[in-house]
Write a protein that binds this ligand. Structure first.
Ligand code: RIB
Ligand code: CA
Length: 325
């Protein structure tokens, strides 16, 4: 069974992704954290909280505190001061140090068997590549939440947060041309709207897991209303975990991805699906980019995995037309 490492920056949608993964049959062997939505120490606490809610004992490892080059810019305006809507949870568990070595050691011990699910800035992966690219080339596969191929960004007209906050790491990652890289960016995640009806259904489910999901999404829902008059919130990261559970949820296309590291378009993912052959190898096919998503299949996996005791309720809400309006 594939060994999976989640590389995250929790953050509300990362926490939902950790919850989904931890409640699924996926073999999660560890969680590595980098500064992103919040700084790495707070992000590690938030990762531990999601695992405690899921009732799982999976090791968490702290990684990069800062981007490779750029000044660090968090996303507490979107996720709340603590990264989880200001809930300021206290946790029993403690995070380890050594995220980069954990990634490299796990791949060394399990060549071609490790899947990395990268849901934050790519700083940890870029540092692992820098430290030991030969080991990183023995990774089984990498799925990445980040970028935008044909749709507007969320940090600038062209840049998505994970690539914008550390564009040098993203560029280094794609230049490494690692095997089996699949990227899901805003082109597909903008369709994943956790709607008011869904959030109310979760609240009515009751219980600790439901209350956690309801509580941590409040700040994110308010942000979406204030910033863009969206009702509900876009939950990007769980989509990548669902893809590991059911690959038919998204359709990906071979491409070359490179990332701009300066000036007006900093953090932009430049995605070439039909790379002209006269690019003389500077732009090889180095990834697949997801461009189609079946959101019904996603929410089926999301709700049935996190709330298995409420599958009948979920199916009834779908039948009544409350879901996916
Ligand atoms: O742009 C969305 C991505 O940036 C998500 O992974 C979110 O958690 C933030 O990390
Ligand atoms: Ca994230």
């Amino acid at each position: 069974m594939k060994k999976i490492i989640l590389d995250v920056d929790p953050g509300i949608d990362d926490s939902l992704a950790i919850l989904l993964a931890a409640k699924s049959d996926l073999n999660i062997v560890g969680i590595t954290v980098a500064s992103g939505n919040v700084e790495v120490n707070q992000g590690s606490i938030n990762a531990i909280k999601a695992l405690e809610i899921a009732g799982r004992d999976i090791p968490v490892y702290k990684g990069a505190e800062l981007p490779l080059v750029r000044d660090y810019v968090d996303a507490t305006d979107t996720h709340g001061p603590d990264g989880l809507s200001g809930m300021n949870y206290k946790v029993k568990g403690k995070a380890n140090d050594g995220a980069i070595d954990f990634i490299l050691d796990t791949i060394k011990e399990n060549p071609n068997e490790v899947t990395i699910c990268a849901l934050g800035p790519l700083t940890n992966l870029a540092l692992a590549i820098e430290k030991d690219i030969e080991t990183m080339r023995k990774v089984g596969r990498i799925v990445v939440m980040g970028g935008a191929a044909k749709i507007h960004g969320n940090c600038s007209p062209v840049a998505e947060y994970n690539f914008w906050v550390d564009p040098h790491a993203a560029k280094r990652f794609f230049k490494a041309n690692l095997p089996n890289v699949t990227v899901a960016g805003l082109d597909v995640t903008y369709d994943i709207l956790f709607s008011p009806n869904m959030r109310e259904m979760v609240k009515q489910f009751g219980g600790e897991v439901a209350q956690y999901v309801y509580d941590i999404t409040q700040f994110y829902v308010d942000f979406h209303w204030e910033q863009e008059r969206t009702l509900g919130c876009i939950i990007n990261d769980p989509l990548l975990v669902s893809y590991l559970i059911d690959e038919s949820i998204m359709k990906a296309y071979p491409c070359n991805i490179d990332v701009e590291t300066e000036d007006l378009c900093i953090g932009e993912s430049v995605v070439g699906f039909d790379v002209p052959s006269d690019f003389d190898g500077d732009y090889p096919i180095n990834a697949k980019m997801c461009m189609e998503v079946d959101k019904v299949k996603f929410f089926d996996v999301f709700f049935k995995t996190i709330f298995p005791e409420h599958v009948a309720d979920y199916e009834l809400m779908k039948k009544k037309g409350y879901i996916l309006k």
